[in-house]
Design a protein around this ligand. Structure first.
Ligand SMILES: Cc1cc2nc3c(=O)[nH]c(=O)nc-3n(C[C@H](O)[C@H](O)[C@H](O)COP(=O)(O)O)c2cc1C
Length: 328
């Protein structure tokens, strides 16, 4: 493999980043002292993600995973976002130097452990200090994290999400993309495997904020004896940014990775949820009628304690490094 070994190793860790439908819409170029991140427009979900927001967010998450892996190798990084005015697909160049960021390095062990968990979570509430820590991790990465708190805000969000989901399911191409990326051939190294998708929990009363996927094989955790309700105490936190250009979206992706890895380090389960931001009207409704904030919502993150009876979720596949490397 070309390039210094610590840069090659860091990119390999970056490939573990989450991405919309596990499309992994990125390409990388490794030089002697820098790593370039490029968007792979061929992997854009045109019907699901018309504004390419999910694609840029996914690349931002991979960029943050790269920075965490470099920090763990004792390397500091300077990031130039959109460094080439003539190439909008060249999203970032990361140049390495001496020194390291201990806060980023501390997140490194969470990279292989993180999973998207779409199952019912525990009814144990999320401690306020954990929410503060997640908020701080998003802030360090350049975004704000807005909690959806209180019954009325939660109800308004649920209404906006279910209206948006309904609208999107009638969008030409949306269901086809969902089928394509959840029904990959057996040896596929991308897409969402059935072993990562759980059937809806039986007996749920509240509307689910989750995207509806085709039938999956992941078991819902058993309810403990004496527990009559399937409602959990998972909370929704919204990653938002002051502006809404590509750099804002890239930073939102970095902040998403920071929140997911911090949550994993704290033992929490997470689900990134993008359906509400893929439709313009829904995204605006979430900003203006649910959150009442000036910042632009970029992604919702569901966070909670995993249920005590939950099985391990298998890791989703990734394409090999050589499939995503650009020539030097
Ligand atoms: C920008 C973005 C949007 C996503 N949207 C959703 C979503 O709406 N619903 C969902 O269940 N998962 C969503 N995911 C999670 C991906 O499906 C998941 O990261 C991918 O399948 C890889 O699995 P892993 O996270 O377990 O490694 C999203 C992830 C990203 C980065």
């Amino acid at each position: 493999m070309n390039g210094p070994t610590h840069l090659v190793a860091a990119v390999e860790h970056a490939l573990r980043a989450p991405s919309v439908h596990n499309t992994q819409p990125w390409r990388w170029r490794i030089t002697d002292d820098a790593v370039q991140l490029h968007a792979d427009w061929n992997r854009h979900l045109v019907a699901t993600d018309p504004q390419r927001r999910d694609l840029i967010l996914s690349c931002g998450a991979a960029l943050h995973h790269l920075l965490v892996a470099l920090a763990a190798h004792g390397v500091s990084a300077r990031v130039d976002r959109l460094p080439d005015a003539e190439d909008s697909g060249h999203l970032a160049t990361v140049t390495v130097g001496p020194g390291t960021d201990p806060a980023d390095a501390a997140l490194f062990p969470a990279i292989p452990r993180r999973r998207t968990d779409r199952r019912r979570m525990s009814d144990r509430p999320l401690p306020a200090e954990h929410v503060r820590e997640l908020t701080e991790s998003a802030r360090r990465a350049g975004a704000v994290l807005v909690p959806v708190s209180g019954e009325s805000m939660r109800d308004r969000l649920a209404a906006a999400l279910s209206e948006g989901a309904h609208r999107q399911e009638y969008e030409p191409g949306y269901v086809a993309e969902l089928q394509l990326w959840t029904r990959r051939y057996t040896a596929a190294r991308d897409g969402v495997p059935a072993t990562s998708i759980a059937p809806a929990p039986v007996g749920a009363v509240r509307a689910t904020p989750l995207r509806r996927f085709p039938r999956g094989q992941l078991r819902q955790p058993r309810l403990r004896p004496g527990r009559g309700t399937v409602e959990d105490a998972a909370e929704i936190l919204v990653v938002a940014t002051p502006g809404d250009d590509v750099v804002d979206q890239l930073r939102a992706g970095e902040a998403t990775s920071a929140v997911l890895l911090t949550a994993t380090r704290l033992g929490l389960a997470t689900t990134p949820l993008s359906q509400g931001v893929e439709i313009d009207e829904t995204r605006r409704a979430i900003q203006q009628k649910v959150l009442h904030v000036p910042e632009h919502p970029q992604l919702l993150i569901r966070v909670g304690w995993p249920a005590s009876t939950a099985d391990e979720i298998p890791a989703t596949p990734r394409r090999d490094l050589h499939s995503v490397l650009l020539p030097q």
